[in-house]
Design a protein around this ligand. Sequence first.
Ligand code: SF4
Length: 613
Amino acid sequence: MAFSGALTLTDLNDFITPSQSCIKPVEQTNATPKHQSEGLASTEIRVDSDGAYYEVAMDGLKTKSGPQQQKLQAADISLNDCLACSGCITSAESVLISMQSHTEVLNFLASNPEDICVSHKVPVLSIAPQSLASLAASISSSSTSTPLPLHRILRRVEVFCKKVLGFEHVFDTTFARHLALQEHIREFRERRSGQGRLPMLASACPGWVCYAEKTHGEMLPFISRTKSPQQVMGTLVKEWMATKWHKSPSQIYHVTVMPCYDKKLEASRQDFYNDVYSTRDVDCVITTGELELMMREKDWDLSVPVEGEIADEIAGEANVAEPPLPTDSIHLPELISHPGTSSGSYLHTLIRSVVQDHPHALDLSVRNIRSSDYEEYTLTDRSSGEVVFRGAKCYGFRNLQNLVRKVGKEAGIQVGRGAAGRIGAMRGRAIKTKKGDTSAAGSTDKTYDYVEVMACPGGCVNGGGQLRPVAKAADKATDAEGFKRDWESSGVKIDEEDIGRIQGQSGKWGDKEWTKRVEVVYWHELPTPPPSPTPEGDSGSEKILSHLVDAKTQMADKLSTRILAETCQLNGDEKAVSWIDDMDQSAEGRRQKLFRTQYRAVESEVIGLAVKW
Ligand code: SF4
């Protein structure tokens, strides 16, 4: 399996052990015998040649269960335990990652019975646009050459997945993102009207959300509850498409291709497990690198055009004006563009929604706080000068730490440092807010209403599972973390290609030039205006709104309304409802279940083993 640079280990001694403080609680019921000195162990642990563990009494004493030697049961550590812990996270994630790998996908496809058998599962693959951009960038001959449009890469991936691997359906995830963004707008409006806490923080990035859960349990009220595009795609495939295909959710095997490993953790969350059918919304997540590895293993050359890819593209564009919407077909609009950021455009979508709702013209100003990874966006009423909305885009853990402290301080929360951070007694000390005040702390100096938070510097185009640039000669003496390595004297004989693989595909993770290249490819040939509203010359609300409507978006809106009515079992005429309108109570209940998450606060006060190895 191709690990990203971020996960490559420099020393191979990372077996399953708690490395810092494992939070898995241990109950110690037996008191230390009187004759035994404090701090001295009365038993020791032995491992036999089969790897079984035994507790063995020392000096003729007995183990707590009686006999001199007692076989121990294997510890049962769930994903929730791992998410709650910062100690052995590398090992635990490695285990999870090996369970969600491209070999798992290949094994499943090889063992999937013929479609005439009842036990056959429909294999479906959904790929993120950032992964397509990474693949497109990797086959461009140089940084100055014209990149291939994402449509063509999608066609080639589709042909590979269907003809070589055996998938029956291949989609991109931009339509799911379209639904997620609409649900996001709805949730933001709910919070603004007082049914939730502001600022609202984006929930699409599991890297950041897992971090917040682990370290700042009480921060959860701020995190959006809207499902990420990956999980909305899971709902679409296992709920909506399953019904169309007359299948149960467990008769579908859904694989996603994502730009990072954290998406594997996200798909494994308990929230996304269907108890009734014992299946997950997404069965297996592979990274862009793993998909590329599969292509290499199967001798598939992505740079070679597939039959009809240009004709398909032209036909696709022609169909956009009058989209076919037969009620029983599964025809998702492809590669819908959401102008803003290449990480999902959450902030920009909300900005456009605020502009649309406001009765007067608004001006947008953009302030660069530290770098392009931390920017502040402010909407001001042109006539009154009142600040109507303030949001930020905040990428990378360094910026994230600062942001978490800022938001915590403004909300009266004491935020600790590092993994041990915890929340103080916020309830008693929370700053009182004025009734109807939509800012976090009720300050006259308006605080953030929304923050698009992403864990990776540069956002999803720079995810840990993306492809790397070809390693330069100078990079070959260092590992992915920048340490000098003498591979040969360490007894490792490697060829040129292996060096690239050790470093996480090729060059280093976070290469700024490369990230810029993938970003350019991501936005290449999109039928929309430039991605980000700029502070000068493009700040009026008319300009911002002009990004809203294109034919494909209209088609996506129509289809999303239909899907909402069908999945939420809405009674009556679904044409009367747009995604963000209210529905009847039972339909709203279904919406919450299908398109929102239920984060669980992690217990922070537990007895730790505190074992140092
Ligand atoms: Fe994954 Fe990074 Fe994107 Fe977060 S920012 S979803 S960790 S690629």
